[in-house]
Write a protein that binds this ligand. Structure first.
Ligand code: NAP
Length: 287
């Protein structure tokens, strides 16, 4: 069977070109969207993510402000910085790169970000808005996946969608977006009995597990759409997904590659949310 390659890199590139134009128009009216990126400690993977987010911002003309705090930063200091950024008019979006060091309370930090600047959409206020179907900001990874599916002209309504993973940042909001798009949704996790047979019912299978190539052709129904969220490193340093691409590709109707699938879409949606936040904050200057 021939399959559609859901090319996130290509779509993200097209979206960025459109965003660049939008930001230029905003700048002509004296408004430049701003994203504050806060990183605490020296996690090398977080450093890579922060650098790429800054690069993306520069590409579309968004101003980025980096706050690199040392590992020993206290909770009070971090919360103090967030308070300052909440009040700063040049900052439209605030992102605290996760994970943060263990001595800091992640939930408390997320709750401190103003929901109006919460471009990751992790604040319980935004989670609630998503739940009732009126999201201000949609969480970047699931929202990026929906864009990728729509861009390929694939139908979601009425489909059986199985999401593997129930994290707050991927699995749960993914299931919610699929539900709002009229899919019939099943959420699986590490305690799911007979994962294979549940997955085999899926017209759309989303793997957000964090286990290298766990999903083989035995889990996939003929003609399914397979979305691989996984970003794992083998001991040799190779980047792998949660899906064994080579094994499943002849069976699927569409599939995302790793790299170049979901990852670039996550990054593009952060820019979308930042521009949206700016439009909300500075509507009077832009009208
Ligand atoms: P997470 O918080 O660790 O959640 C993993 C989920 O997978 C959990 O719900 C867990 O179940 C479930 N799980 C683990 N082993 C399983 C198994 N053998 N069978 C069935 N379910 C299993 O991870 P996450 O933050 O959601 O991220 C998932 C993956 O996506 C990671 O590889 C991450 O790096 C990647 N990711 C990629 C992007 C991107 O832009 N491409 C963005 C975010 C995350 P329990 O709840 O029962 O423990």
């Amino acid at each position: 069977m021939s399959y559609i390659l859901l090319d996130g890199k290509d779509l993200a590139g097209r979206m960025k070109a459109e965003m660049r134009e939008k930001v230029e128009n905003m700048a002509a009216k004296g408004v430049v969207p701003g994203l504050a990126v806060v990183i605490v400690g020296n996690d090398p993977a977080s450093r890579v993510y922060v650098n790429s987010k800054k690069k993306d911002c520069a590409e579309v003309g968004i101003r980025s402000f980096e706050y690199a705090l040392p590992e020993e930063t206290t909770e009070e200091q971090l919360l103090g910085l967030i308070d300052t950024l909440n009040e700063d008019d040049s900052v439209d979006g605030i992102l605290v790169q996760l994970p943060i060091p263990k001595h800091l309370d992640e939930a408390k930090v997320i709750r401190r970000i103003s929901p109006k600047k919460d471009v990751d959409a992790f604040h319980p206020y935004n989670v609630g808005e998503l739940m009732i179907g009126t999201p201000i900001f949609a969480p970047c990874t699931p929202a990026g996946i929906m864009e990728l599916i729509k861009d390929a002209g694939l139908e979601v309504a009425g489909k059986n969608c199985v999401v593997i993973g129930r994290s707050n940042i991927v699995g749960k909001p993914m299931a919610m977006l699929m539900l709002h798009n009229n899919a019939t949704v099943t959420i699986c996790h590490s305690k799911t009995k007979d994962l294979k047979s549940v997955c085999k019912q899926a017209d759309i299978l989303v793997a957000a597990i964090g286990k290298t190539e766990l999903i083989t052709s035995e889990y996939v129904k003929e003609g399914a759409i397979v979305i691989d969220v996984g970003m794992n490193r083998t001991p040799e340093g190779r980047l792998t997904g949660d899906v064994n691409f080579e094994d499943v590709k002849e069976k699927v109707s569409a599939i995302t590659p790793v790299p170049g699938g979901v990852g670039p879409m996550t990054r593009a949606m952060l820019l979308v949310n930042t521009i949206k936040a700016c439009n909300m904050h500075k509507a009077n200057m832009l009208s």
